[in-house]
Design a protein around this ligand. Structure first.
Ligand code: AMP
Ligand code: MG
Length: 348
């Protein structure tokens, strides 16, 4: 299969053709404000099956359904609670995914066999136009091969998906760079199943209360709790090089990473460092990538997956990263980074 790349802003006829293909059961990758998604018609069981095949994703890992209009929420969900509308009013379009009871028109192929469905309205004009033209309900996981870092550029999607999908809609680089926050509204207390840009504190500004799924808390890593978002149990976002996070006070971290790098270089191992603007000059290593300044966590998340892919391109064998977990959004970044590292971390 040939994979066509369509410039969302210039090739309008081709864009319409991509939307039609999506509506009729084809696969089309598109930009959202978090990462690029791999879209299929959410109401068509065959489309969902094709998404799993293209990604090599285990089929018990359900897909998020993307919509473009709050009014359509009650078509794919039943018993929509008032909290759902409160959150949608406040955070949509945006980086919040809600888990609700599914209606009968949503096939089990889309929900990984569950009676609930995850729904989000992305904050990206290209995505919203595509969803609208494709019929309003687009199932879309991140457009990477399962286990690889999520794509933040059309080029990343092409590298992973060429020959596997019909179209890639190119809308430029995405903004946030890490996936949406997922909140489960079918449990008594709204429960965060995956941390993201929208933090618990932000949810609590409009809801009485919210909590984290125990299984995703860092302190419980390795305790064999089953996460309620099936996808959270898989190793994710892994670069080819062996990634280790070094935590502690900033100066000690820099010293420790420099020592580790030095030892690796002596052995002839190509090594990379994930740094910040504040520290980038202090590393004695040829392959240092700064994610940006610590003063702007959104820049850090925006650049994270691209940095992991860059290290793959450079074929580094070992990667050391600083820790970014000072606040809640930083912890959402750390959730991805720790998974990418298989929870390998050195405290200094
Ligand atoms: P991705 O599409 O890669 O961003 O991953 C989607 C995430 O949403 C995975 O971790 C899924 O397990 C989770 N998810 C999707 N649908 C549901 C659902 N009905 N209940 C719980 N988690 C869900
Ligand atoms: Mg993903």
């Amino acid at each position: 299969m040939e994979t066509k790349i369509v410039d969302a802003n210039k090739e309008l006829l081709e864009f319409d053709a991509a939307a039609k293909c999506l509506k009729e059961g084809g696969l089309v990758a598109f930009p959202t404000e978090t990462v690029y998604g791999l879209g299929g018609n959410a109401l068509n069981p065959n489309s969902s099956k094709k998404i799993y095949e293209a990604k090599g994703r285990p089929s018990d890992n359900p897909l998020i359904v993307h919509i473009c209009d709050i009014k359509t929420l009650d078509k794919i969900c039943k018993e929509v609670c008032k909290e759902a509308y409160i959150l949608a009013e406040r955070f949509w379009p945006g980086q919040l995914t809600m888990v609700l009871n599914k209606s009968d028109i949503v096939p089990y192929e889309t929900t990984g066999g569950l009676d609930t469905v995850a729904v989000r309205m992305p904050d990206n004009k290209v995505a919203l136009a595509l969803i609208d033209k494709a019929g309003g309900f687009v199932a879309a996981p991140s457009a990477n091969v399962s286990g690889k870092p999520s794509p933040t550029k059309a080029e990343h999607v092409y590298n992973d998906m060429k020959g596997r999908i019909e179209y890639i809609v190119d809308g430029g680089e995405v903004g946030i760079g890490i996936e949406s926050t997922i909140v489960d509204l079918t449990s008594k207390v709204p429960t965060i199943l995956r941390p993201g840009y929208i933090t618990k504190q932000m949810l609590e500004e409009v809801l009485e209360t919210a909590r984290y799924d125990k299984a995703i808390l860092e302190e419980n890593a390795g305790k064999d709790l089953v996460p309620k978002a099936p996808g959270m149990k898989y190793k994710h976002y892994a670069p080819n090089g062996e990634l280790t996070i070094v935590s502690g006070n900033p100066e000690t971290v820099v010293d420790k990473i420099n020592t580790l790098v030095e030892n690796n270089i002596k052995c002839g191992y190509k090594t990379g460092v994930i740094a910040t603007d504040e520290t980038v000059q202090q590393y004695r290593c040829n392959n240092v990538i700064s994610l940006g300044t610590r003063k702007d966590k959104q820049t850090l998340s925006h650049n994270l997956y691209n940095a992991l892919r860059e290290f793959d391109n450079m074929e580094v064998l070992y990667i050391y990263s600083e820790d970014f977990g000072e606040d809640e959004f930083g912890q959402a970044i750390m959730n991805r980074l720790l998974k990418a590292a298989g929870y390998k971390r050195i405290e200094v």
